[in-house]
Design a protein around this ligand. Structure first.
Ligand code: PMP
Length: 429
């Protein structure tokens, strides 16, 4: 790490908990201090010391067009001139809602919020209000933001720091949350048979991206759909990460599953703070002011955020966008897996659209327990060495990677070459 990043981290630690405003950014689990980023353009981020890196974090998912794309910058400049917040309805909110509804087929009506956490928190409140039931079923290693009800066997930072939940969350709250293993169809059936009439909803990451990268196996999502329908519970697909990312219509399009509610975030805001939840019109009609389920926000539907979201969605809806991105990502993942293979390192790699994962375990990873068999020391060394080679990866084995439209074929080749060199070196010990 350069001297400027180091000085900034020292300064930050005095005034911000751990020097960061979101835990995984601290890079603790990979044994180094964070780079402080000064600017980013296209596929690259630049730190305070002036070093450039090829970026596969993409702000943890939103930057599908790459950083600071000119078409989004242009609409943002326009929007700023007109005022940054009104707390009153605008046409921009309708434009983004219409685009979302046209893109995500299960969504009839959508409410904008400011983060993925707000989206999932509001969606389970709605599910509970609609069904008159309390129990929420989630899956071990899935992360749905940091609302109290979800901090049970959660993924992302909760997994990275190896903590079971969080102090400050009352037992009375989490007693209504049941977390079971991902991809375990038998367990789902067993639990639903036992208590299905008390279950408000099952919420799931349709591709798990907060314990690495795990696809649903053997009709897992279809079974969730069947079981929720059978017992009068709602199915919520948390597409905060996968939405507009693994396919234009999200994972629900990829796997042909229609949820009752969908939560969205990241790409929908084009790098500005936006989340959303939407779905069946009869369920959404329960939200205030139409119905009694309360949910609100001073900055919800913010004009800058809507403008960036609209322009981003317009860009990703252009013909050929996903084909090109998927091809690039597949080539990257094959290259990374090839590099690990050549070095004789046990690994498992997978991808969907422009999202990918690489575990240092030989297991076919189906759930969080499998993911934890990864060689975390090897991952940390890989992370640090890739950084030295100018490649910026997510600083945890339990996070997914993202490719953007700004990554060129040369960028992908350079990344594969770096991984080939680094993994060969690490295998030699
Ligand atoms: N759900 C999923 C699937 C996520 O990946 C995340 C964040 N990584 C969230 C919810 C929470 O979103 P946010 O960080 O915007 O609150």
């Amino acid at each position: 790490m350069g001297t400027k990043s180091k000085a900034l981290f020292d300064r930050a630690q005095a005034v911000i908990p751990g020097g960061v405003n979101s835990p995984v950014r601290a890079c603790k689990s990979v044994g180094c201090d964070p780079l402080f980023i000064e600017r980013a353009k296209g596929a690259n981020v630049y730190d305070a010391d002036g070093n450039g890196y090829l970026d596969y974090v993409g702000s943890w998912g939103p930057m599908i067009l790459g950083h600071a794309p000119e078409r989004v910058n242009a609409v943002l400049r326009d929007a700023i001139e007109k005022g940054t917040s009104f707390g009153a309805p605008t046409e921009l909110e309708i434009d983004l809602a219409e685009l979302v509804i046209d893109t995500v087929k299960s969504v009839d009506v959508v409410r904008m919020v400011n983060s993925g956490t707000e989206a999932t928190m509001s969606a389970i409140r709605l599910a509970r209000g609609f069904t008159g039931r309390d129990i929420v079923i989630k899956f071990d290693g899935c992360y749905h933001g940091h609302a109290d009800s979800f901090l049970v066997a959660a993924g992302s930072g909760v997994a990275t720091f190896n903590i079971a939940g969080s102090p400050g969350v009352p037992d009375d709250t989490i007693k209504h949350t049941l977390s079971i293993p991902y991809n375990d169809i038998e367990k789902v059936r067993e639990v639903m048979t036992k208590m299905g009439d008390k279950v408000a909803c099952i919420i799931v990451e349709p591709i798990a991206g907060n314990m690495g990268f795990i696809k649903p196996k053997n009709d897992f999502l279809k079974v969730l759909r069947e079981e929720t329908e059978k017992h009068g519970a709602l199915l919520i697909l948390d597409e905060v990460m996968t939405g507009f990312r693994v396919a234009l219509g999200g994972a629900q399009e990829l796997f042909g599953v229609t949820p009752d509610l969908t939560t969205m975030g990241k790409v929908i805001g084009g790098g500005l703070p936006v989340g959303a939840y939407g779905g069946r019109a009869d369920i959404m009609a329960q939200i205030s002011p139409c119905g009694p389920v309360y949910q609100a926000g001073t900055l919800s539907g913010n004009p800058l955020a809507m403008a960036a979201g609209i322009e981003t969605l317009k860009a990703i809806r252009e013909p050929g966008f996903y084909e090109a991105l998927t091809e690039k990502t597949t080539r990257l993942v094959n290259g990374l897996a090839g590099a690990a293979g050549k070095a004789g390192i046990p690994h498992t790699a997978d991808t969907a659209g422009s999202m990918f994962g690489l575990y240092f375990t030989g297991m076919d990873v189906a759930n969080f327990e499998d993911a934890k068999t990864s060689n975390l020391d090897l991952f940390s060394a890989y992370y640090r060495r890739m950084l030295e080679e100018g490649v910026y990866l997510a600083p945890s084995q339990f996070e997914a990677g993202f490719v953007s439209a700004a990554h060129t074929d040369e960028d992908i080749d350079a990344t594969i070459a770096a991984a080939t060199k680094v993994l060969a070196e690490l295998a030699r010990g």
